[in-house]
Design a protein around this ligand. Structure first.
Ligand code: ZN
Length: 425
């Protein structure tokens, strides 16, 4: 069994304990030993990596990923792109996630039914590079719901599956399950940039109930929802939708419900989309004034207050920013960690635990992913610096010296080691 020994590293293990000097032995695809004593682990490993004092930690998780969003300004291009180009784009984006130190990603919808599952399968076969991935199908919307872009006189070209009534919902969910999705995505609420607004909740309860019942028939399959309105968040709790996306306008009642069921739900606000639509989309015609008129500033303010309240209530909130639009391009994923600290008041340690420890939980592999600990899968990154002192460190790919997934290097450290980490007392 191939073995790798990391020596001369600071270890940020994601338990909440401050980093400590030590060594980590990887055997096959698992962490075999974490030692606090230099020289205690045998040097007979196949490969010894002198970390030069760099920070070794778990790979990161993005809880709201779209491999098939293609850095365009709007939703039409996602629907119109032919499948051949689209699969290549999706594979390229998968690699970018891993290049950025993300070893776990939760698919938050694919633009066509098989894009996510095919990319996931080829990653798992080792044919293409990418993170561990939970594949999704297209978002399911009702007629007139978020993503129903079709003018009524034109055939379907949109990036969502449009259904009407429980019968069509059941058929749609079954078709996606047949293709092998890990998740089903429902568009419960709308979105300011479309005709269906963020606080609209167009999907009916019998449609939601049918989708959840059908998806849960298959072992391991969970449901996620685009849920910006207060009503939609309450529907997520009522119907057992495990992953709640956005939740910006959750009111006291919705927060109470989530808190009372905090072991069952994850929330990923997708802050980058809202924040950058407010402040970084002017080149595409969305000036701050336009964004304000669209309602995005109002939503950003609401989302920040809501997420602060969730943090205080111990609700599991994870980074994952809906990346893949022109003003939220692929490769900038770690901005979310900065938003968690700067906007939501998370400590850097809490933000990192959300992206690692909670990442393992949302990936449905608690006890195996998200910590640097004996027996865990060897998904590790080696950082040139201390992210507890500078959370923006993750945004600079050159500071991620090495990336290991499942015990194999995606990126190897190039000697000589230049990292020198000083850990804050
Ligand atoms: Zn999204």
């Amino acid at each position: 069994m191939p073995t790798t020994l990391f020596t001369n590293v600071q270890i940020l293990d994601s338990t909440g304990e401050k980093p400590f000097a030590g060594e980590v032995l990887v055997q096959g695809n698992r962490i075999a030993e974490v030692s606090r004593q230099a020289g205690a682990i045998t040097r007979e490993a196949h490969r010894v990596v002198d970390g030069g004092g760099a920070m070794l930690m778990s790979g990161l998780c993005d809880a709201h990923t779209h491999f098939s969003w293609i850095n365009q300004a709007g939703l039409d291009p996602i629907g119109l792109m032919p499948v051949e180009e689209h699969i290549l784009e999706a594979a390229d984006n998968a690699r970018t996630y891993l290049d950025c130190g993300y070893t776990m990603c939760v698919g938050a919808a694919a633009a066509k039914p098989r894009l996510d599952v095919v990319v996931r399968d080829y990653i798992n076969k080792g044919r293409i590079a990418g993170p561990r991935y939970l594949a999704n199908g297209p978002e399911i919307a009702t007629i007139g719901g978020l993503g129903d872009l079709n003018p009524s006189h034109v055939g379907a070209y949109t990036f969502v599956e449009v259904v009407n009534g429980p019968y069509e919902m059941r058929a749609c969910v079954r078709r996606l399950l047949k293709e092998g999705v890990d998740l089903i995505k429902l568009n419960l609420s709308g979105e300011e940039i479309t005709k269906c607004k963020a606080e609209d909740t167009p999907m009916a309860e019998d449609e939601i109930a049918e989708a959840v019942r059908e998806a849960h028939r298959k072992r391991g399959v969970r449901i996620c929802a685009h849920a910006r309105s207060a009503e939609s968040v309450k529907l997520c709790v009522k119907h057992g939708i495990e992953i709640v996306y956005h939740a910006s306008f959750a009111d006291e009642e919705a927060l109470d419900l989530l808190e009372a069921n905090k072991d069952k739900h994850f929330v990923a606000p997708g802050l980058a989309w809202v924040y950058q639509t407010c402040y970084a989309a002017a080149d595409w015609g969305i000036t701050e004034e336009v964004a304000r008129n669209m309602g995005y500033f109002r939503e950003l303010e609401a989302a920040v207050e809501t997420m602060k309240a969730m943090r205080k209530r111990g609700i599991r909130v994870l980074p994952g920013g809906d990346y893949g639009f022109a003003w939220t391009p692929h490769g900038t994923y770690a901005k979310d960690l900065e938003y968690f600290v700067e906007l939501l008041g998370f400590t850097p340690m809490e933000a990192i635990q959300s992206a690692t420890l909670l990442g393992g939980e949302i990936m449905n592999r608690p006890g195996e992913l998200g910590l640097v600990r004996n027996g865990y899968l060897a998904d590790l990154i080696l950082l040139d610096g201390d992210p507890l002192q500078d959370i923006t460190l993750f945004q600079d790919r050159s500071r991620i010296l090495a990336i290991m997934k499942d015990g194999s290097f995606h990126k190897e450290m190039t000697p000589p080691a230049r990292a020198q980490v000083s850990v804050a007392a």
